[in-house]
Design a protein around this ligand. Structure first.
Ligand SMILES: O=C(O)C1=C[C@@H](OP(=O)(O)O)[C@@H](O)[C@H](O)C1
Ligand SMILES: C=C(OP(=O)(O)O)C(=O)O
Length: 439
C-alpha cells in the first residue's frame, strides 16, 4: 500500500468518514513484527467506575483512549465525577453529585457504559437520561434495570426495558438481596457488583436462569473490586459485596488482549512471527485464552516476562470451539477458521446476537460473501473453508468486524473493509498498527 493510501486511511479513521472503505493489506511474505496494543477497554472502564466510587482521586495509568472510554469519562462527568488527562494517565476524582437539574448520559454503543453507569445515577439527586446509538436501544438490559429497581433505584423507561430511560436519583441506593438473570450479558452482574460497595447495605446477587457468558469478565470485576479495597465473595451462583469505602491512588491498565487478537492470529495466517509486547503473565482477560487455542492449532506461543511471541507453522486444522466464556473473540476466531485446512464449529455464543450488532448474522453474511461456507447455528457458526475472493466486507458499526476482515485480508487480496473508522470503539489506531505489522 502506498504512503498516500495509508494517510488517507488514517484521515478517514480520525474523521469518522463512514463512506470510506479500507483496502485490507495482504501479507507479502512471512511476518516479523513486534506490536504494542493500547489498554484494555474492559479494565479501563471498570477502573474509571471504581475510581469515581472511591473516597480519593485515582490515577489510571496507561488507560485506553477510544470511543468507549471517552463515553465512560463523559458519563462519569455528567454524574459528578470529573477527570483530567495528563502524560501520566487519567486522574479521576470521586463522584460528588451536586444539583437537581436533569442531565444526560450518552451511551454510544458501549455495553460497559450502558450497564455500569445507571446504578451510579441513583447515588445522586437529579434525573439522569440515558440514551445512545440506535444499536444500543436494541441491546439487552431489561433484567439489569429490574434488579436495580428492586435494589431501590427509581427508573422510568418507555416500557421496552431499554434506552432511552431515566434514573431519578434520591441521594443513595438501599441495596440488599436480588435475583438476576444475567444469561444475556455478564455485564448485568458486573454492574451490580461494581456498584455494590456504594449501596447502603451492599449487594447480594443470586443468579437465576442460564449461566452468564464471559466468566473471565466476571473474574475481572471481582479482581478490580478487590484492588480498590472491596471484599466481594462468591459461592457458586451467589455473590456478596458488602458496603465498603473504596480507595486506590494509582492503577496501571494491561494491554487489551482482545484488541491484540487479530495480531496474535496473524502469524498463523501469514507465517513468520508476531510479538505482542506487554502481554501479561497473569490476567483475567478472556484474550489470554488465545494462547492455548493457537497451540492447539499447531502454532508456537511463547510467553515471557515482557510479552507473547506467536510463530506460525504454515497451516492449521479446523476446530470445534465453545466460546461461551470468551465470546468477544468470536469475530476474529471465525475469520481465522475460514482459513483452516478443515471445517470448524463455534458454539456457546447465541448471546452475540445482542452485541454491537447481531454478530452471528453479520459474520455468516460477510464471510459467506467472500466465498467461505459459513452458516448460523442455534448458538454459533458452522464454518466450511472454501476458496476466498475479494469484495466489500460490511462492518455494521462493529469494531471487531473490522479486525476480523483485516485477518482475512492478510491472505485474500481485494478485501475492502467498509467504515473502518468504527474500529475506534476500542482501537482508533488499528489501521496504522496493522499496516506497521506488515512493513
Ligand atoms: O464486562 C465487560 O467488559 C465485557 C463483557 C462481555 O460482555 P457480554 O457478557 O455481554 O458478552 C464482553 O463481550 C464485552 O466486550 C466486555
Ligand atoms: C461486546 C463488546 O463490547 P461492549 O462493551 O459494548 O459490550 C465487544 O467489545 O466485543
Amino acid at each position: 500500500m502506498s504512503l498516500a493510501a495509508v494517510r488517507r486511511n488514517r484521515e478517514a479513521v480520525v474523521s469518522g468518514n463512514t463512506a470510506n472503505t479500507w483496502s485490507a493489506p495482504a501479507a507479502s511474505g512471512a511476518l516479523d513484527a513486534a506490536v504494542r496494543v493500547p489498554g484494555s477497554k474492559s479494565i479501563t472502564n471498570r477502573a474509571y467506575v471504581l475510581a469515581a466510587l472511591s473516597e480519593g482521586p485515582t490515577l489510571v495509568r496507561e488507560p485506553l483512549d477510544s470511543r468507549d472510554t471517552r463515553l465512560m469519562l463523559g458519563a462519569l462527568s455528567a454524574l459528578g465525577a470529573s477527570s483530567e488527562t495528563s502524560g501520566d494517565g487519567v486522574l479521576v476524582q470521586p463522584l460528588r453529585p451536586e444539583g437537581d437539574t436533569e442531565v444526560s448520559v450518552t451511551l454510544g454503543n458501549a455495553g460497559t457504559v450502558t450497564r455500569f453507569t445507571p446504578a451510579l445515577a441513583g447515588l445522586g439527586s437529579r434525573p439522569v437520561v440515558f440514551d445512545g446509538d440506535e444499536a444500543i436501544r436494541r441491546r439487552p438490559i431489561a433484567p439489569l434495570l429490574r434488579a436495580l429497581v428492586e435494589l431501590g433505584l427509581d427508573i422510568e423507561d418507555e416500557g421496552r426495558g431499554a434506552p432511552p430511560f431515566t434514573v431519578r436519583g434520591h441521594g443513595g441506593v438501599a441495596g440488599g438481596k436480588v435475583e438476576l438473570d444475567s444469561s444475556a450479558s455478564s455485564q448485568f452482574l458486573s454492574a451490580l457488583l461494581l456498584a455494590g460497595p456504594s449501596f447502603t447495605s451492599g449487594v447480594t446477587v443470586r443468579l437465576v436462569g442460564d449461566a452468564p457468558p464471559s466468566e473471565p469478565h466476571i473474574a475481572m470485576t471481582l479482581d478490580l473490586l478487590r484492588r480498590f479495597g472491596a471484599v466481594p465473595e462468591r459461592s457458586g451462583r451467589e455473590f456478596h459485596v458488602p458496603a465498603t469505602r473504596l480507595s486506590l491512588p494509582a492503577y496501571a491498565v494491561e494491554p487489551d488482549l482482545s484488541t491484540a487478537a487479530p495480531f496474535a492470529v496473524a502469524a498463523a495466517v501469514a507465517g513468520g512471527s508476531v510479538r505482542i509486547e506487554g502481554w501479561p503473565e497473569h490476567t483475567t482477560q478472556p484474550g489470554d485464552w488465545l494462547r492455548g487455542l493457537l497451540e492447539e492449532l499447531g502454532q508456537r506461543a511463547e510467553l515471557d516476562a515482557s510479552g507473547l511471541t506467536i510463530t506460525g507453522s504454515g497451516g492449521f486444522p479446523g476446530a470445534r470451539l465453545d466460546l461461551h466464556e470468551v465470546g468477544e473473540l468470536t469475530p476474529v476466531v471465525a475469520a481465522l477458521l475460514c482459513l483452516a485446512d478443515g471445517p470448524s464449529v463455534i458454539s456457546g455464543v447465541a448471546h452475540l446476537r445482542g452485541h454491537e450488532t447481531d454478530r452471528l448474522a453479520a459474520l455468516a453474511t460477510e464471510l459467506s460473501g467472500l466465498g467461505a461456507g459459513v452458516a448460523e447455528t442455534e448458538d454459533g457458526l458452522a464454518i466450511t473453508p472454501a476458496p476466498l475472493h475479494g469484495g466489500v466486507f460490511h462492518t455494521y458499526d462493529d469494531h471487531r468486524l473490522v479486525m476480523a476482515a483485516a485477518v482475512l485480508g492478510l491472505r485474500v487480496p481485494g478485501v475492502e473493509i467498509e467504515n473502518p473508522a468504527t474500529v475506534g470503539k476500542t482501537f482508533p489506531g488499528f489501521a496504522d498498527a496493522w499496516q506497521a505489522m506488515l512493513s
